[in-house]
Design a protein around this ligand. Structure first.
Ligand code: MG
Length: 178
């Protein structure tokens, strides 16, 4: 839409999206894949059970982008029953979500995400994860935030049996006024 086009409520300048994901963590001999979070490999004795690479953070961010545009979610676009998604790099999912948003004129403004896992600690790789997310989303580094938390040793996440991520993203159509 051109900048001079009339603006109505069906074309808001800003849209917010939320994404959430969880993966069970298992040792490799029980089907756990290598642990990858935000596209960065972490050394651990267990990893996510998933059709794709099981990247919990990229899945949450992908769903946040899709959710902001009220598009079908990651499970609908990339079913885990589809063999094409076997061990698939989850960066593909996020890249496709960003492309679908761009087709509709929206680009990401800022991302705030939280990863919850008991171990290993996220801190040593947090900067790498941020940089990778900024690259995948086409955003400056200071528009991307990633927080790491434990689950205080309670419930499945706290017992190291699962990893969880939440993401909130703001999307903008630059030519429209908020
Ligand atoms: Mg997932």
């Amino acid at each position: 839409m051109a900048a001079s086009s009339p603006q109505d409520s069906s074309t808001p300048a800003l849209r917010i999206g939320h994404g959430y994901d969880l993966h069970r963590l298992e040792p490799a001999d029980a089907g756990g894949r290598p642990l990858v979070i935000g596209g960065i490999r972490l050394e651990h004795d267990r990893g996510p059970v998933a059709r794709s690479d099981g990247d919990v953070l990229l899945h949450a961010v992908t769903d946040a982008v899709l959710g902001a545009l009220a598009l079908p979610d990651i499970g609908e676009l990339f079913p885990d029953t589809d063999e094409a998604n076997e061990a698939r790099d989850s960066a593909d999912f996020l890249t496709e979500a960003v492309r679908l948003a761009a087709d509709r004129g929206y680009r990401p403004v800022n991302l705030d995400a939280t990863v919850i896992l008991e171990r290993p600690r996220l801190k040593p790789v947090k900067a790498e994860i941020r940089a990778n997310l900024a690259r995948l989303l086409g955003m400056p580094l200071d528009a991307v935030n990633v927080k790491g938390k434990t689950h205080e040793r309670v419930d499945a996440v706290g017992e190291g049996r699962a990893v969880e991520a939440h993401a909130v993203i703001l999307m903008q159509r630059p030519e429209l006024r908020p």
